[in-house]
Design a protein around this ligand. Structure first.
Ligand SMILES: [Zn+2]
Length: 55
């Protein structure tokens, strides 16, 4: 199944076993994307994790 990168509009193809919440990387712009919906396949930009927090 295929979806569109919300950042660069590239077509992204994923396997049938993809589930909502899965993180993928756009092969075109390298942005980390989260699958928010399977049908139709929809992505959002994954939140950037701050590594500075914690100990
Ligand atoms: Zn992209």
């Amino acid at each position: 199944m295929k979806g569109e990168c919300p950042v660069c509009a590239a077509e992204i193809e994923l396997g049938k076993d993809t589930v909502a919440g899965e993180l993928v990387e756009c092969p075109d712009c390298g942005t980390e994307l989260e699958v928010i919906e399977i049908d139709p396949l929809t992505f959002t930009e994954a939140p950037q994790e701050e590594e500075d927090w914690g100990e």
